[in-house]
Write a protein that binds this ligand. Structure first.
Ligand code: 5GP
Length: 189
């Protein structure tokens, strides 16, 4: 998506270890017009699919997911990164955090994810695909169905895309980064 790629080149910053910082428009300060344009693009790409619910993981997936949910007029569920004491009955799994380098639990209440629900997962980044793996596990536990996964930014030099494709998951990424070596942002052509 041209608009997003231009914004990444303008305002994105490379950090050590292949991390792209997009705090200027996605992860801290948010640009609602860009968010809407990105959600429009997901709606275009998934327009022909039957979807019942949008899913994401807190916190940074919530903004794009709610835009997509709004445009599709569908509910949005976010997986929680801590199991709240008030939530007894939930689907739970462990996820390795790419940015924090540790494992954490995610959970989704059984009240909001039902057998047969057709799910579109939306998140900000696809790196090694650990968050996506956790979501697939939860969807399988619920006997729901995964329609596809949409990411704002995919770091194609990491394993996530290939892993998901090998599992037959449909992946739609709006900007695909081929390399962040020497702090130079290069996109997949
Ligand atoms: P994965 O689970 O695919 O390994 O990593 C995806 C998650 O890690 C995303 O939800 C995102 O929060 C975070 N992440 C991974 N790589 C980056 C990055 O380069 N920049 C930022 N800001 N977040 C990242």
């Amino acid at each position: 998506m041209k608009l997003l790629k231009e914004r990444i080149l303008r305002d994105g910053k490379c950090l050590e270890g292949g991390i792209l910082k997009v705090d200027n428009f996605i992860n801290h300060q948010m640009d609602p017009l860009l968010m809407k344009a990105m959600a429009d693009e997901f709606v275009k790409r998934f327009a022909g699919d039957k979807i019942d619910k949008i899913m994401t993981i807190e916190a940074s997936g919530i903004a794009p997911a709610i835009m997509v949910g709004y445009l599709f007029n569908l509910p949005v569920i976010f997986a929680k990164k801590r199991v709240p004491s008030t939530m007894e009955d939930c689907f739970k799994t462990k996820v390795i955090s790419f940015t924090k380098g540790r494992e954490y639990d995610i959970c989704v209440s059984r009240e909001y994810l039902n057998k047969g629900d057709r799910i579109l997962f939306i998140d900000d980044f696809l790196a090694n695909g650990n968050a996506a793996k956790g979501i697939i596990d939860i969807i399988e536990q619920a006997e729901a169905e995964l329609v596809g996964m949409g990411f704002l930014i995919e770091k194609s030099f990491q394993q996530g895309h290939d892993y998901l494709s090998s599992r037959g998951v449909r992946v739609e990424s709006l900007a695909r980064i081929a390399s962040l070596s020497d702090c130079k942002i290069e996109f997949v052509l």
